[in-house]
Design a protein around this ligand. Structure first.
Ligand code: OGA
Ligand code: MN
Length: 268
């Protein structure tokens, strides 16, 4: 029988007792748990790529960024040619902020874990927004944010070459409302490493407010840290959870296989 258990007060749920991952009842419990808890953990599944894809397809449409449905998260350039970009995952971020319709969920399966470090942290911007004083909520609801790949890359490359800047700028930027109210009424915040500036606000003031909101949202009470074991599956609601990798040695061979589930609702 499947059971659920909270991982932390504000977010996260572990599902246990799963014998048939593709059973419709298991799938619907997982989707429900993901919606309300933001992060879903199933330990010890040891899915191979086929099984990961089959489960991912039960949750929605699997995207193939760069033509591949399975993306290998690794800092080893021989495993992932864009390993250098992945260093930005050490900073709190939301994936896919520059797309019109952000990915709904991301799934990682742990194939090889680091001996030291290499956990993944999640923070719920739904819970963080809800806990703000009403007058701040009202003020933030008026604001819009521009997201860019460049803003995230500058965190790991503070002194970029002209060529790096050109490459980053060849990707589209995207403007969203700071507070995203969904069709179902739930509200989260679209912040993190890709948040470049607030529309109509000076770069300095933008930075101050965006950093403040990130720090507010990533307080321990809105956060869950996952320490990986090989075979774990973690899925998160990418549209509302900030996340980051905790530091690990690039030579550790830490490898996660990622699938991405297409979103159904465009940013506001
Ligand atoms: C990602 C990501 C974090 C990690 O794959 O989008 O942010 O811990 N990964 O590898
Ligand atoms: Mn990410």
């Amino acid at each position: 029988m499947i059971e659920t258990r909270a991982l932390s007060p504000a977010l996260g749920v572990e599902v246990t007792g799963v014998t048939d991952l593709l059973h419709p009842q298991v799938v619907s419990r997982c989707l429900e748990a993901l919606k309300w808890r933001g992060v879903l953990l199933i330990r010890g599944l040891n899915l191979d790529d086929e099984a990961q894809l089959a489960f991912s397809r039960e949750l929605g449409t699997v995207l193939a960024p760069g033509g591949k449905e399975i993306f290998k998260v690794s800092l080893d350039p021989s495993v992932n040619p864009s390993a250098d970009y992945l260093r930005a995952t050490f900073h709190w971020h939301i994936d896919d902020t520059t797309s019109d319709v952000p990915a709904k969920a991301t799934m990682l399966t742990a194939r090889h874990v680091a001996m030291v470090g290499g956990g993944t942290e999640f923070a719920s911007t739904y819970a963080a927004f809800e806990a703000l004083p009403a007058e701040d909520q009202k003020r933030y609801e008026q604001l819009r944010v521009v997201h860019s790949f460049e803003a995230a890359q500058r965190l790991t490359h503070p002194d970029p070459t002209e060529q790096q800047i050109q490459a980053w700028r060849s990707l589209p930027t995207h403007e969203t409302s700071l507070v995203w109210q969904r069709h179902d009424g739930r509200r989260s915040m679209v912040i993190g490493a890709t948040a470049d500036h607030i529309v109509g606000v000076s770069p300095e003031e933008s930075r101050t407010l965006l950093d403040e909101l990130r720090d507010w949202s990533t307080q321990e009470r809105f956060r869950y840290t996952h320490e990986w074991a090989v075979g774990d599956v973690v899925i998160w609601d990418n549209t509302g959870m900030l996340h980051r990798a905790l530091p690990y040695d690039p030579a550790s061979k830490r490898t996660m296989h990622r699938t991405t589930i297409a979103g159904e609702e465009a940013w506001a």
